[in-house]
Design a protein around this ligand. Structure first.
Ligand code: CAA
Length: 291
């Protein structure tokens, strides 16, 4: 990938956070400079984009500048043909403690409305490549919403998820009321949104918010492993599969099934579909070319 700031690499390689997962980060000479995130590529084939939120002292509170950098890093990974999946993580204490309250404190309705406040956060949800959230510590408010914009959530065993906006006199504003409800159902979502109470990683797993729970020190490595697995498949077909599953959140069953059928049929126009089936019949490993 094009973007990797040298200072960020030095910081990434420091042993204070997630040591095993950081070893494979490589510097790129021509790179964007990021202030609030660390960006690199991971995996044996360096085919997994890696973004670590890096406002540790503020528990990765999601200030506007951070979210813009995140969008920029996603753009770069989306444009990098070598990258097949992206892992997004925070620190061991906090994936992210929410939107930056200090930045929001003095905002007016007029500013929020006219500027369509938080609308650019949606960049994460619109990524074409699969994004895996590796969540340790707090995923609160916008942090929980950010994780839910990702396609897969892996949680460390000490992770906590919550939508505490009600305690600040506001409500979730980055999709929390919608995505949480679709993930865990009405009763638990309503309870979390109305009380601000958090749930543990284990509760999040039991209720379908996260797919796997690992010891905190392993969750990033496991997310990268999952990313490598995804990246080893056809990127073209992976994008179609992601589009089809996402259809389930926005369409009726009939519309969703129609979308799936169109995409399924479309795979038959690709070289990778032919290669995948020919390889199976010939009892050899498929060699996908993303065509
Ligand atoms: N915004 C700005 N700063 C934040 C922050 C946030 N969301 N969360 C934590 N911080 C800052 C604190 O102000 C503190 O900074 P200082 O050292 O300069 O005082 C630093 O991070 C450490 O935080 P604490 O001292 O509070 O750490 P703690 O371990 O005692 O508590 C916590 C941790 C329970 C997560 C607590 O920080 C907390 O409750 N944070 C706010 C969580 C929250 O309400 N999130 C929702 C935000 S609104 C939102 O996200 C809207 C939306 O839908 C997009």
């Amino acid at each position: 990938m094009a973007a990797l700031c040298r200072a960020a690499v030095a910081s990434l390689c420091a042993p204070r956070t997630l040591p095993s997962a950081l070893a494979a980060v490589r510097a790129s000479s021509a790179g964007a400079q990021y202030q609030h995130i660390l960006v690199g590529k991971k995996g044996e084939k360096e085919n997994v984009g890696f973004i670590q939120l890096n406002r540790t002292k503020a528990l990765n509170a999601l200030c506007d500048a951070l979210m813009r950098e995140l969008g920029q890093a996603l753009d770069e990974f989306e444009n990098d043909p070598a990258v097949g999946a992206i892992v997004l993580t925070g620190s061991e204490k906090a994936f992210a403690a929410g939107a930056d309250i200090k930045e929001m404190e003095s905002k007016t309705f007029q500013e929020c409305y006219a500027g369509n406040f938080l609308s650019h956060w949606n960049r994460v949800a619109t990524a074409k490549k699969p994004v895996i959230a590796a969540v340790n510590g707090y995923a609160l408010g916008g942090g929980c919403e950010l994780a839910m914009m990702c396609d897969i959530i892996y949680a460390g065993d000490k992770a906590q998820f919550g939508q505490p906006e009600i305690l600040l006199g506001t409500i979730p504003g980055a999709g929390g009321t919608q995505r949480l409800t679709r993930a865990v159902g009405k009763s638990l979502a309503m309870e979390m949104v109305l009380t601000g109470d958090r749930i543990s990683a284990q509760e999040a797993k039991a209720n379908g918010l996260v797919s796997k729970v690992y010891p905190a020190s392993q969750v990033v490595d496991e997310a990268i492993r999952c990313g490598e697995k995804i990246a080893s498949n056809s990127k073209l077909i992976t994008a179609m599969a992601k589009e089809a599953v996402n259809g389930a959140f926005e369409l009726t069953l009939a519309e969703g099934n129609r979308l799936e059928k169109h995409l399924f049929h479309a795979t038959f126009s690709t070289i990778d579909r032919k290669e995948g089936m020919s390889a199976f019949v010939a009892k050899r490993k498929a060699n996908f070319t993303d065509q």
